[in-house]
Design a protein around this ligand. Structure first.
Ligand SMILES: [Ca+2]
Length: 335
């Protein structure tokens, strides 16, 4: 009689070494992995195996259907499939193949807003159309990505009823009409301007036009006149402003600037405010200590947010409610 013995379990596949990866804001980190079995290559003698016997992995996420990035993490050395490329095994290198080979995939925290999500789960996956059916669609275990929070959140807005909030969180009653600089990042040459007009029976002001400029690219939403205008005014060869309607809406635009700052323009449909906009600006790590304008100096310190265009500054009025805080000289300085 022979007893049934079982051998030690052996993991076959793509073995990830670090199941938790920490990336600082705007920084880099690696996913490190090994292959515990060779990936065979199907080829004929006439093909160039250097080109054919390579597989490009995909980086997939639990939360994002995109294979090229996952929210605000991206693979640095991208291939067609947005993951690392691995040489597969041929007759020539079969005997030198070893499971000791260490592969690394470099990730970066690609721009984006300091208030963004910081926890992601990603995995490395073989393409669905890969020639080996065993490996096609194979994916590694999920890897937890944690993005460090080394910058305070930068969130600025200009909304109906003269409401303005600076990037570091100071709110005020900006009851002033005209063309005003809401946000200006000189390093990245990005400017967000708004036009305000009287609204609600002239009791308060609302934004009726928005212009976002990055270099010589300008995107405009102008609803101040009887006919509305929403378009690019000027374009370089390379479009540096990414504009899209937020999914499921016909009236909320999202504009991503080259610094990663995201501007959301919500064209209101409410009867009292129809045709006016709420503008929200989500600043990125690259905007830190670079901002000026009504959004103030984004540096985590609210007390220096009321710096005028000429360098003078106004004191905060924190003891009264936002709608009682009038800073007309500061606001008028940003024309
Ligand atoms: Ca500040």
């Amino acid at each position: 009689m022979t007893y049934l013995n079982s051998s030690d379990t052996y993991f076959v596949g793509l073995k990830v070494h670090n199941n938790l990866v920490n990336i600082s804001k705007g920084g880099y980190a690696n996913i490190v992995f090994q292959l515990t079995a060779p990936i065979g290559c199907l080829y004929t003698d006439s093909v160039n195996i250097n080109n054919s016997c390579v597989v490009s992995l995909e980086m997939v996420s639990l939360s994002s259907p995109s294979k090229c990035d996952s929210g605000n993490i991206a693979v640095v050395t991208k291939t067609d499939h947005c993951g690392p490329a691995i040489n597969t095994t041929t007759k020539a290198n079969l005997h030198t193949w070893t499971s000791d080979t260490i592969y690394t995939v470099q990730l970066t925290n690609a721009d984006v807003n300091t208030g963004d999500r910081r926890e992601y789960k990603v995995a490395l996956k073989f393409p669905g159309n890969y020639q080996h059916r065993i490996w096609a669609n194979y994916r590694s275990s999920f890897i937890d990505i944690h993005i460090g929070d080394d910058k305070p959140r930068g969130f600025c807005y200009s909304r109906v009823n003269s409401q303005v909030r600076t990037a570091d969180g100071y709110c005020m009653n900006a009851n002033v009409v005209g063309d005003l600089i809401l946000y200006w990042n000189k390093k990245y040459d990005i400017m967000v301007q708004q036009r305000t007009t009287y609204c609600r029976n002239n009791q308060t002001t609302c934004v009726c036009a928005l212009a976002i400029r990055a270099g010589s690219n300008v995107f405009v939403i102008d609803l101040c006149k009887s006919f509305s205008y929403i378009d690019y005014l000027m374009c370089e060869d390379v479009q540096t402003l990414k504009v899209e309607l937020i999914e499921g809406t016909q009236n909320v635009y999202k504009i991503i600037t080259p610094s990663g700052a995201k501007v959301v323009a919500d064209i209101l449909q409410l009867p009292l405010y129809r045709g006016y906009m709420n503008i929200d600006i989500y600043l990125s790590a690259k905007d830190f200590e670079e901002g000026q304008g009504l959004c103030g100096t984004y540096n985590g310190d609210m007390t220096d947010d009321l710096i005028h265009q000429d360098g003078l500054s106004s004191d905060l009025q924190q003891t009264v409610d936002c709608f009682l805080r009038r800073h007309d000289s500061f606001i008028n300085s940003w024309r």
